[in-house]
Design a protein around this ligand. Sequence first.
Ligand code: SIN
Length: 282
Amino acid sequence: MSNHIKITVLPGTGAEITGIDLRDLAAGEFEQIKQAFSDHGVVFFRDQHLTEADHIALAERFGKININRFFKSHADFPQIALVGKEPDQLTNIGGGWHTDHTYDFEPALGSILVARQLPTTGGGTWFSNMYKAYEGLSDGLKEALSGLNAVHSARHVFGSAGDYKNSVDTNERIVNSTAADELGDPIHPVVITHPLSGKKALYVNAAFTLRFEGWTVEESQPLLDYLYQAAINESYITRFEWQPGSVAFWDNRASWHNAQNDYQGQARMMHRITIEGCALTA
Ligand code: SIN
């Protein structure tokens, strides 16, 4: 099988990997996937046939599973978070550029997303490359960011006064809002050294970053807005269209993602397993 593995680096973010069966990875294939994952921010697979148990087994090869505290979980497999939208729901989960779990002191490594039910059209996921976002900045701005940290939180998103609670139709998909109220505010470097690749990546995002450490929100916002816009340069983006059997495994430390909400009146259900990460350093 490993003779057939092919890794095609995509122009924006990520690499598409063909010629493998994710249910039965040889050690060499596993290492090549891990390398592509850390080098390119996300790896995509097509025509896979993963049961829930296969999905869990695959994730466990990459690390310990993080049981999601705020997403409703699969009735039989608590390791699987449900990222779903029903035909009568207007809002989706993850619609808007973000990276997951920056509100944790040890942010999750990434997630493996498996398509279970797809709309007839739309419902793609866009990815942007945070290595390229960093590299694209001027030397002067890179220098200015090198000493900066940022404060992150999820209270305003998952908490009892947060975006999901205030949204009329996402509440039953997002749970434990009072636990979200108790979350602390971790501080991470604005530019991290990726723990696997050793490359520099921009590590702020509009969903969970509150401000720069030692700066007010008002002082922080203009520079954060500049960075958010710079990070979605067209040349950094891959627009992934899902098909039955598609799998995406993204690296939260090297990419952003944005779930498209362009399939009103139709259902979409994705199974997400998140893998634990580590504290991040500059
Ligand atoms: C997410 O985990 O942010 C959602 C991704 C997706 O549904 O495409």
